[in-house]
Design a protein around this ligand. Structure first.
Ligand code: UD1
Ligand code: CA
Length: 455
C-alpha cells in the first residue's frame, strides 16, 4: 500500500441488473451475508481509498442508502442515463476534480476482487503508469473486452462486439476495473467519445487515449475466479461458492479443523480461533466469533454470537444474536439461545430455550427448560445465579431471578424470584394410590369381556 498517495475510488453501481429477475437492485444481493456493493466498498477501503464515490442510477436510490449505511463518508453520484462505463465514472466528476493521486474504478457487481489486487494496480501508478488495467485469461472470452498488446505493451482494449476476428482470438480479457493516475484521470475520461453504434462511452477507451498521449498503460493479471461478475442468480451462487472456498481455506490455515469444509458456510465477518473444531454442516450468519479450542458440533446454526474459549455448541445448537458464551460453557443438542450471557462452565445440554437471560458460572440448566420471556407485548429478563441448578422441564416465567446456588425442582413453573441457596418447586403435588392400577385394569378387562359376550 502507498499510504502517502491519496486515492479516490469510484464504485460503479448503476447497472440494470434485469437478469436477476428481482425487485431488489442487483448490487444489494448478498454473498456471505454482505451485499455485493458492500464487498466492493470494503475492498477499495482496505486498499487505502481515502475518498469513495458510489455511482448509482436515479431509478435505484436504495443503492445510495445502502452505500451510506456501510460507508457514511461516501459521496453518492447519480447517473441519470445508462450510457456506458466511462459516462458512469464521469458522474463522479466533482470527486475526480478534487485532485487525488490515484483513481480506482471498481464495479459493484464484481464482489471477489481482493484488496491486494487494487493495491497492486495502485502500485503500477506509483511506478509511473497512467492507466493500469486488470486482465485475466478467460476460459470463454465471449463478451469480454480484449487486451490488445503490441511489442509487450498494452495498446488498446477492444470490446467483443467491436473486435475483428483476429482480436477475438485473444484470450487475455479485461476484468473491467482499472486504475488511473489522478493527474490525467479527468482529461482522459472527458476525451472518451462514443464512436460505437450504441453511442456508449467506454471506460476501456482510456487505454488508447493514454497511449496516444505518450502515456504508459500496463496490465496486471488476476485469476478468473477473482474477477467473476454477477449478472444472474446462477452467477450469484458461483460467487458465493468461490467466497466460501476461500474463507474455508483461510480459516483452516489459521489453525481450525474443518472435518468436511465443503459443508461449512461462513459469513464475510466470521472470526475463528486456533484449535477450533467445526464439524460438518454448520452455518455461520453475520457477527460470529469463536475463540480458541471451542467445538462447534454438526448441524449448528450461529448468528450474532460470541463463543468463548473451549466452549461447545451442538450438535443441532442454535445461537441467535446477542448470545455470549463464556469459556467452557456448553450448549448442547436442540438448544436455542438468544440475547443471553452464559457464564463460564455453565451447562445447557438438551432441548432448551434461553432468551433474554443471564446464566451464572457453572449453573446447570436441565433438559426442556424454557425461559418464558415474552408475553405477546414485551420481553422480560431471566437472571440465573452462579451454580444454580434448574431441574428438567421447568418454565421460568420472566421477569425472574434465581439466586446463586438455588435449586429448582423438575417440572416447575416458576413465577416468583428464588433466593440464593433456596429450593423452589412449583407443580402439582404427587398423589399415590396403592393397587389402583391393578383394580383399574381388572375392571376394564371385565367390562370389555362382558361387551364381547353380549355381541
Ligand atoms: C465491461 C468492460 C469489458 C470487460 C467487462 C468485464 C467496458 C466498456 N467494458 O463490459 O471490457 O471485459 O466489463 O466484466 O467497460 N455501469 C454503470 N453505468 C453504465 C454502464 C455500466 O454504472 O452506464 C456499471 C455496471 O453497473 C457494472 C459496470 O459498470 O457494474 C460494468 O458494466 P457492464 O455493462 O456490465 O459492462 P460489460 O459490458 O460487462
Ligand atoms: Ca458486466
Amino acid at each position: 500500500m502507498q499510504p502517502e498517495r491519496s486515492c479516490l475510488a469510484i464504485v460503479l453501481a448503476a447497472g440494470e441488473g434485469t437478469r436477476m429477475k428481482s425487485r431488489r437492485p442487483k448490487v444489494l444481493h448478498q454473498v456471505a451475508g454482505r451485499s455485493l456493493l458492500g464487498h466492493a466498498l470494503s475492498a477499495v477501503a482496505e486498499a487505502g481509498a481515502d475518498a469513495v464515490a458510489v455511482v448509482i442510477s436515479s431509478e435505484r436510490p436504495e443503492v445510495g442508502t445502502e452505500a451510506l449505511k456501510l460507508l457514511p463518508a461516501a459521496r453518492i453520484a447519480t447517473q441519470h442515463e445508462r450510457r456506458g462505463t466511462a459516462h458512469a465514472a464521469l458522474a463522479a466528476r466533482e470527486a475526480l476534480a478534487a485532485g487525488h493521486e490515484d483513481v480506482l474504478i471498481a464495479f459493484a457487481d464484481t464482489p471477489l476482487v481482493q484488496p491486494e489486487t487494487f493495491t497492486a494496480l495502485r502500485g503500477a501508478l506509483a511506478g509511473g503508469a497512467a492507466v493500469a488495467v486488470l486482465g485475466f485469461e478467460a476460459r470463454d472470452p465471449t463478451g469480454y473486452g480484449r487486451l490488445v498488446e503490441q511489442g509487450g505493451k498494452l495498446e488498446a482494449i477492444v470490446e467483443h462486439k467491436d473486435a475483428t476476428p483476429e482480436q477475438r482470438e485473444i484470450r487475455l480479457c479485461n476484468a473491467g476495473l482499472m486504475a488511473l493516475a489522478g493527474e490525467h484521470a479527468l482529461t482522459i475520461l472527458e476525451a472518451i467519445g462514443c464512436e460505437n453504434a450504441q453511442c456508449e462511452f467506454y471506460l476501456t477507451d482510456a487505454v488508447a487515449i493514454a497511449r496516444a498521449r505518450g502515456l504508459d498503460a500496463v496490465v496486471l493479471t488476476a485469476p478468473e475466479s477473482e474477477v467473476q461478475g454477477v449478472n444472474d442468480r446462477a452467477q450469484l451462487a458461483a460467487a458465493e461458492a468461490e467466497f466460501q472456498r476461500r474463507k474455508r481455506h483461510a480459516v483452516m490455515l489459521e489453525g481450525a479443523t474443518l472435518i468436511a469444509p465443503e459443508t461449512v458456510f461462513f459469513s464475510h465477518d466470521t472470526q475463528i480461533g486456533r484449535d477450533v473444531v467445526i464439524e460438518p454442516n454448520v452455518i455461520f450468519g453475520p457477527g460470529v466469533s469463536v475463540a480458541d479450542e471451542a467445538v462447534i458440533h454438526a448441524f449448528s446454526h450461529l448468528e450474532g454470537a460470541k463463543v468463548g474459549a473451549g466452549a461447545s455448541v451442538g450438535p443441532y445448537g442454535r445461537l441467535r444474536p446477542g448470545t455470549v458464551l463464556a469459556e467452557k460453557a456448553k450448549v448442547g443438542n436442540f438448544v436455542e439461545v438468544k440475547a443471553a450471557e452464559i457464564g463460564p462452565g455453565a451447562k445447557i445440554n438438551h432441548l432448551t430455550y434461553i432468551g433474554d437471560a443471564s446464566v451464572g458460572a457453572a449453573a446447570n440448566i436441565g433438559a426442556g427448560t424454557i425461559t418464558c420471556n415474552y408475553d405477546g407485548f414485551s420481553k422480560s429478563k431471566t437472571t440465573i445465579g452462579e451454580g444454580a441448578f434448574v431441574g428438567s422441564n421447568s418454565s421460568l416465567v420472566a421477569p425472574l431471578t434465581i439466586g446463586a446456588g438455588a435449586y429448582v425442582g423438575s417440572g416447575s413453573v416458576i413465577t416468583s424470584d428464588v433466593a440464593p441457596d433456596a429450593f423452589a418447586v412449583g407443580r402439582g403435588r404427587q398423589v399415590d394410590k396403592p393397587g389402583w392400577a391393578k383394580t383399574f385394569r381388572e375392571a376394564a378387562a371385565a367390562r370389555k369381556a362382558a361387551k364381547k359376550a353380549a355381541e
